[in-house]
Design a protein around this ligand. Structure first.
Ligand code: PHE
Length: 348
């Protein structure tokens, strides 16, 4: 896979059998920021490739959101079954040393498989190069709720575009993943009177929502499940040449990173008349809010309002450019990010 990033670290962790990779894609607009993903991969090369792809998405996310930050990502590939207890703690501390070795060119943060408590541990060795520590330790806490606020705003903009109304009351939404982002999103959707169906590999994670009227969807039935809008909030790669022809919805707007599995997927969505809200616009709220709270001292109230406003404005601009220039929404979002990167930043 070709990658136009700046630097990359790879380390085999002999003690735990884990493999760590940090990809710094771009520091053009500022220091690179991006989460630390912990999961099991088929091979170290797969893990490093994921770090590269995810770091590229962070550059786009920061650029398209008007942030003076670049893109990076850390991946901690753990053996099947994961690593827990003291061994996990020590692994996180060694990951923190790897982060520190980049002298601030990359700042880490929570992502799939890591929490605020993990950031507290990582900060023991990475020092101040960590976003998203627990609020008790002076951090901004979990990034899921703010990400969900942005995804919710993006869903409203998407529905406005597709159905001529941003109101979600009575609209049927399918949320894939009831984790930190999907779970917080379901709360916001239910509060607005939406009809929600939800899928998660862990049935138990959906139970507390089932009591409130959410219908459980078998993970194998997500693609092809009829709904008004599909919101992928789990892992990436759900939209592919194989899955897009089977979708039964008018729009896709979710919180997962890298939802498009291949280059053809964006075109396939557009050809079917399914409006896609680019993931790196819809899910930017976790990162922008954490950065503004910790690096700029903004209050939680201020960042929450800012996330909703920023995602709304950015997505409107994307849909407008897509329409005017005859681009897919993904190409339009990349173009807006590219313009800002080329001009070296500034407010948008
Ligand atoms: N996981 C976040 C994302 O993908 C990264 C992040 C969270 C960055 C919190 C900074 C602060 O956008």
């Amino acid at each position: 896979m070709s990658w136009d990033g700046e630097e990359e670290l790879r380390e085999h962790d002999a003690e735990s059998g884990a493999f760590m990779a940090i990809a710094v894609h771009s520091t053009r607009l500022g220091p690179a920021v991006g989460g630390a993903r912990m999961k099991t991969y088929a091979s170290p090369d797969d893990a490093a490739a994921d770090a590269r792809r995810l770091s590229t998405a962070m550059t786009l996310k920061m650029a398209a959101s008007g942030m003076a930050w670049g893109g990076g990502k850390g991946v901690i590939a753990v053996p099947p079954g994961g690593i827990s207890g003291d061994a996990r703690r020590e692994l996180l501390r060694r990951y923190g040393r790897l982060v520190a070795s980049l002298d601030g060119r990359y700042r880490t943060a929570p992502d799939v498989g890591t929490s605020s408590a993990d950031m507290d541990v990582i900060a023991e060795t990475a020092g101040s190069w960590v976003f998203g520590r627990s609020t008790a330790r002076g951090g901004s806490g979990p990034s899921g709720p703010a990400t969900a606020i942005g995804v919710h705003a993006a869903i409203r903009v998407t529905c406005d575009e597709v159905y001529g109304s941003a109101a979600l009351a009575g609209r049927h939404l399918l949320v894939q993943g009831a984790g930190s982002v999907g779970g917080a999103l379901i709360d916001l959707l239910l509060a607005e009177g939406a009809r929600v169906s939800c899928s998660d590999l862990d049935r138990g994670a959906v139970r507390r929502f089932e009591e409130r009227g959410v219908a459980f969807v078998d993970p194998g039935a997500v693609i092809g499940f009829p709904c008004d809008l599909f919101s992928p909030c789990a892992l990436g790669g759900v939209l592919s040449a194989d899955s897009v022809p089977r979708l039964r919805c008018r729009a896709v707007t979710g919180g997962a990173n890298n939802q498009l599995a291949d280059d053809a997927a964006a075109g396939a969505l557009a050809a079917r008349g399914i409006l896609y809200a680019p993931d790196f616009i819809a899910n930017s709220g976790g990162a922008t809010s954490g950065i503004h709270m910790e690096a700029d001292g903004w209050s939680r109230e201020r960042v929450e309002q800012d996330v909703a406003d920023r995602v709304t404005a950015a997505l409107r601009a994307v849909f407008a450019l897509a329409r005017d220039a005859g681009l897919t929404s993904d190409a339009a979002a990349r173009e807006l990010a590219r313009r800002r990167l080329e001009s070296g930043g500034g407010r948008i």
